[in-house]
Ligand binder design. Sequence first.
Ligand code: PMP
Length: 364
Amino acid sequence: MSTPRVFNFAAGPAVLPLPVLEEAQRDLVSMPGVGMSILEMSHRGKFFEGVLKQTEADIRKLAGVPDDYKVLFLPGGASLQFSMVPLNFLPRDGSADYIVSGAWSEKAIKEAKKVGGTKTAWTGKEGNFSTVPAQGDLTLDPNAAYLSFTSNETIHGVEFKYVPGTGNVPLVCDTSSDMFSRPVDVAKHSLIYAGAQKNIGPAGIALVIVKDEWLKKRVEDAKLPTMLNYAIHAENTSMYNTPPCFAIYIMGLVMKWLLSIGGLDGIHAINLRKAATLYAEIDRTGYYKGHAAKDCRSLMNVTFRLPSEALEEKFAKEAKAAGLDGLKGHRSVGGMRASIYNAFPEAGVAALVAFMQEFEKKNG
Ligand code: PMP
């Protein structure tokens, strides 16, 4: 008999919707009407072309992507976007603003510094990234090439509940860990990117949504490698080279699943319920302590501590034995991190809450 599935709280790659895995499994060896696996067919063939087109159409429908934005599927994950954004949009003698709200925005600004000037619009480093700034806390350069922020910091578990206003400065968002977890106002952004392996699909691919008008204002750099040029990918509808076909196919199935459960409003309601249940348990007695300030608690990555590191070790070990996997937090925050992405079932949150209550009773 096959191994039963555990509740997978991993930060990414992360849990995928069961109907998606089942459909992929059913069709893996021979795609109905084609007679070969999606892993074996040409990316230039009719079938894959259809997959790509349908996936894009579903993303546009799901997120209400305006017509004057391109939807791109790019290799290299979100980390490559840390470089592609400045390489394409930061004039070498110019400056870009970055909000540094956690480990991932720290990595983003580090890459931008290799390309041009940067200014830190705000940093939460002193408080070990336990909060995000209010609009009024931002120091914005009106001449910045763009402002970059990370809507959800996966490691620290802090999430923006608003889209920063920038005046006329283009806005760039790394939304890797909360993409499609709630409605998104694409029109407020010039470029949005997300690594797929949390809410969208398998690792190694990034979804990029970019405004046409901004694409036209790209920095001219004859030395920019072709594969790092957004315009080339846009002109070739993400098919300049062989795209990550399987990842796009799975992404397409995830989009279909999201649409079937009520789109972004539907999943947002579920996500609010899951997060509220878990944070209520964290706050119930004071035994567990949330890392993030209450007004910016992530709906996706719930970070919390126990009274001692020894108890945290014990908690992670016993939880794993009880079928609650992947709860150990990142070393820079310590403690626990429960990643409860879109596909994470409500039953898993209930199981974790029951486990937390039992653990506190025995070890409190
Ligand atoms: N940004 C955020 C917010 C992330 O959570 C991650 C991955 N955990 C990345 C960027 C990097 O993604 P990738 O590993 O796909 O390069």
